[in-house]
Design a protein around this ligand. Structure first.
Ligand code: MF3
Ligand code: CO
Ligand code: CO
Length: 302
C-alpha cells in the first residue's frame, strides 16, 4: 500500500490554522480549541503591537473625536476662510475635548492639523492661503486622547466643484473602500494595496507611493507599513487585534511628487489635483471595524 504523504503536518510545513507560519512556530502542541495567541509572535517577528480590548476602546474613543473634528471642520469650510482658520478650529476643539493634537511638533511639524489644498498631496502646513470656490481641501486630524492615537482625514469641496474635482475625490474615496474590502483575518497587507492600485489606475488616476498607511494607536506611526499599491498575496497576514490606517493619496495626473522649501508641503510634480481619505481600522475576528467611522455615501453622491 502506498504511504500517505499527507499523514500529519510536518513541523516545517505551513500551519493548518492559516497563519502562514511554520507549524512548529505556530499551533504545534497547542490545544486546537484555543486560537493561537499572535501577540508575542507579531511583536517579535514584525514589531507589530496587537491591541487588547482596553486599547481598542481607547482608540475608538479617540476615533470618535477625530470624526467629530472632521465634521466640525466641514461645517466651517467655505470660500474666504484660510487654512490657518481650520488649524485654529481643530486645535481648540481638540483641547476642549481633553485631547492633544498629534501633529503639533511631531518631527517638527509646526501646526495642529494638516490642511492640503488642490495639488497639495499631503502635509500642507496651515497658513494664510485663502480657500476659494472650486477648491478641494483635505483635513487630516490625529487627536491623542488618554495616550491613544486615532488618525483620519477627508477631502472636502469648497463651494461648487468642477468635474475634475468631483472625479478625483470620488476615485480617492472609492479607493479607500476597495482597501477596506480586503481587510479580514487571513488576508495579507499586499491585498489592500493591490485592490486600491488596480481600481485607481483603472480609473486613469495614479497612486502615490512615497506615503503609505501605518499601524497606529500607541503612537502616531507604528508597524506595519500599509502601501496603497502592490501585489495580491504578498506581505504580512492580517490577524485580529491589528490596528492600522488605510489612506490612499490619488492623483489626477502622474504619481510623482515634489516637497516644498518648508520640508513638509508635498505637491504633485505635474500640478494635478490630488485627493485622499483616511480611516483607522481594527482587524476583527471576522472582518474589520473602522475606529474612525464616517459616511462615504454623502461624498460619493455629491
Ligand atoms: N496624519 C498624517 C498621516 O496620516 C501624518 C501627518 S505627520 C505631520 O500619517 F507631522 F504632518 F502631522
Ligand atoms: Co495616517
Ligand atoms: Co492622517
Amino acid at each position: 500500500m502506498l504511504k500517505k504523504k499527507t499523514a500529519g503536518v510536518g513541523r516545517n510545513a505551513p500551519c493548518p490554522c492559516g497563519s502562514g507560519f511554520k507549524y512548529k512556530k505556530c499551533c504545534l502542541g497547542k490545544k486546537v480549541s484555543k486560537p493561537y495567541d499572535f501577540k508575542k509572535l507579531y511583536a517579535q517577528k514584525y514589531k507589530i503591537r496587537l491591541k487588547q480590548k482596553k486599547d481598542i476602546e481607547g482608540i475608538r474613543k479617540a476615533g470618535r473625536l477625530a470624526v467629530d473634528t472632521l465634521r466640525l471642520a466641514e461645517s466651517e469650510i467655505r470660500p474666504g476662510i484660510t487654512t490657518d482658520d481650520i488649524n485654529m478650529l481643530v486645535h481648540k476643539f481638540t483641547i476642549k475635548n481633553d485631547a492633544v493634537p498629534g501633529p503639533l511638533n511631531y518631527r517638527g511639524f509646526p501646526k495642529s492639523v494638516c490642511v492640503s489644498v488642490n495639488e497639495v498631496v499631503c502635509h500642507g502646513i496651515p497658513g494664510k492661503r485663502v480657500l476659494k470656490d472650486g477648491d478641494i481641501v483635505n483635513v487630516d486630524v490625529t487627536p491623542v486622547l488618554d495616550g491613544y492615537y486615532a488618525d483620519a482625514n477627508k477631502t472636502f469641496f469648497v463651494g461648487t466643484p468642477d468635474s475634475d474635482a468631483r472625479n478625483i475625490v470620488r476615485v480617492a474615496c472609492e479607493s479607500l473602500k476597495k482597501g477596506i474590502s480586503m481587510v479580514r483575518p487571513g488576508n495579507r497587507i499586499g491585498d489592500i494595496g493591490w485592490a486600491i492600485q488596480r481600481y485607481a489606475e483603472g480609473e486613469g488616476c495614479s497612486v502615490v507611493r512615497e506615503f503609505i498607511g501605518h499601524g497606529v494607536g500607541f503612537a502616531f506611526h507604528e508597524s506595519p507599513q500599509v502601501p496603497h499599491y502592490g501585489r495580491k498575496g504578498e506581505g504580512i497576514i492580517l490577524v485580529p487585534g491589528m490596528v492600522f490606517t488605510i489612506e490612499p493619496m490619488i492623483n489626477l495626473g502622474k504619481r510623482y511628487l515634489s516637497v516644498l522649501e518648508d520640508k513638509w508641503t508635498t505637491v504633485t510634480r505635474d500640478g494635478s489635483l490630488s485627493a485622499q481619505f483616511e480611516q483607522t481600522f481594527l482587524v476583527t475576528d471576522n472582518g474589520c471595524e473602522s475606529l474612525t467611522p464616517y459616511d462615504f455615501e454623502r461624498i460619493l453622491n455629491a
